[in-house]
Design a binder for this molecule. Structure first.
Ligand code: PMP
Length: 436
């Protein structure tokens, strides 16, 4: 394998700068990591599974699966309500997971970590609980053209409800946000800037602190869609200078069914409840209710306790690998991936050229084969990739395409799987009788 640039020790990257250089040596022992993931031992269509759909959902290590199964075997009970031992143990496990997330993200308080179902629900929570209270007719929300529907549709719905206006930052030809537009699109009416940390199509790592600084200058709050951020490197929500940060643990080795929302502590009191019901109240009469303090105020009903336990185990696992090491691993894979894909003249690649500007994914199109056909043929080779609009239809329009294929890598993927992908892309050309 060759790399485009080398450096002995990559500098620390808080996932918002482009200072990571391509490491010359592996930062993870991938063979050892793979042994922790039982699903990677299976075959698909008679071939060893090559799982390259990590931007959609990652796999769980034994440590996560065991933690969840131990919970159900040993202390399954509802939380916060019971005086009995099982309920107390379940509550400790649930709140312990919250403490781990708070530490992992460097949150300003444990109470500012709210458990939801996923990133989508976290963003909807902010739109309802904060947006409805603070946004008025004529106010503005600044988004970008690369946003996932999860960070677009909730704001469209809010805008329709309260009459506020959505504005957008464009991208340049290299797939970076047009920061030069900030001066025009940020105004004294801007109340919120909602931007993804990393694009799920282009892979671009966005400079959140720079954007947050500009937002603060006009008095706007900052929401970061971290669905593609947290999995890929160290995230410090306070250093990012955000007000809200959302992510989905299922994209970072954790279970499906639980999401995270961090809210800056001093904003928690400025938010109304999202859902009403059990657990989120201080008092209830037949006519009225008052609210419990955060985070309970935002967590109505019985939560996904086992998923929270699995989330806690996933954080332990990620930390045992090292978030800096994970970032370096992805930059190294990216460099090789881009290099190999650029050798294929029949492919169009999307996103920044520099592997250190992006996380471990590449969206691409074969000029002659539809992305869905490519995905189906690759599946015959045991390779799981994603094909479609990636829930980013406005970005597809901006790129002038209907769909793309996307290969996304994580801690258990290595450069040999890049080679398998390239071989399968060549084989797909043969299926259609096309030149290679
Ligand atoms: N934002 C981005 C950037 C994403 O990649 C995704 C998942 N594809 C989401 C939001 C939504 O995540 P979830 O479906 O877990 O809510």
């Amino acid at each position: 394998m060759t790399t485009t640039t080398t450096g002995s020790k990559p500098e620390r990257d808080a996932l918002s700068s482009t200072t990571v250089r391509v490491p010359s040596t592996p930062s993870l022992d991938v063979a050892r990591v793979r042994a922790d993931f039982p699903i990677l031992g299976r075959t698909v269509n008679g071939r060893p599974l090559v799982y390259l759909d990590n931007a959609a959902t990652t796999q769980c290590p034994d440590a996560v699966i065991d933690a969840m199964s131990d919970f159900y075997r040993c202390c399954n009970a509802n939380v916060h309500r019971g005086v009995h031992t099982l309920s107390q143990e379940a509550t400790e496990a649930y709140e312990g997971a919250r403490a781990k997330v708070a530490h992992f993200l460097n949150a300003d308080a444990k109470a500012s970590i709210i458990f939801t179902r996923n990133t989508t629900e976290s963003i909807n929570l902010v739109a309802h609980a904060w947006g409805r209270r603070h946004l008025r007719n004529g106010d503005e929300i600044l988004l970008s053209v690369i946003e996932h529907h999860s960070n677009l549709v909730p704001w469209q719905m809010l805008a329709q409800e309260v009459g506020c206006r959505l504005r957008f930052i464009d991208i340049d030809e290299s797939g970076h946000l047009r920061l030069d537009q900030l001066d025009q699109v940020l105004t004294s009416r801007t109340r919120l800037v909602a931007i993804s940390h990393v694009s799920n199509v282009l892979g671009t790592v966005n400079p959140i602190p720079t954007i947050a600084c500009a937002a603060r200058a006009v008095g706007a709050k900052v929401l970061v869609d971290g669905a593609q951020g947290v999995p890929h490197g160290p995230v410090d929500v306070q250093a990012l200078d955000a007000d809200f940060y959302a992510y989905s643990p299922h994209k970072a080795l954790g279970p499906l069914g639980i999401g995270v929302l961090w809210v800056r502590r001093d904003i928690l009191e400025e938010m109304d409840p999202f859902l009403g019901g059990g657990e989120m109240i201080r008092d209830v009469t037949l006519e009225r209710s008052t609210w419990a303090p955060a985070p309970a105020k935002f967590e109505a009903g019985t939560p996904s306790v086992a998923d929270a336990v699995g989330l806690g185990a996933s954080i332990d696992y990620l930390e045992s690998l090292g978030m800096d090491e994970i970032r370096q691993h992805e930059v190294r894979i990216n460099a090789y991936l881009l290099e190999r894909l650029r050798e294929l003249p029949f492919l169009a690649l999307y996103g920044p050229e520099d592997p250190s500007d992006r996380c471990g994914l590449v969206a691409f199109n074969d000029h002659q084969i539809h992305a869905h056909d490519l995905g189906t043929i690759l599946d015959q080779h045991g390779i799981a990739i994603r094909a479609g609009h990636h829930c980013a239809k406005p970005l597809m329009r901006r790129l002038g395409v209907m769909a793309t294929a996307r290969a996304s890598f994580y801690v258990y993927n290595d450069v040999d799987e890049v080679d398998t992908l390239v071989d399968a892309l060549l084989a797909a050309r043969k299926v259609f009788g096309l030149s290679t």
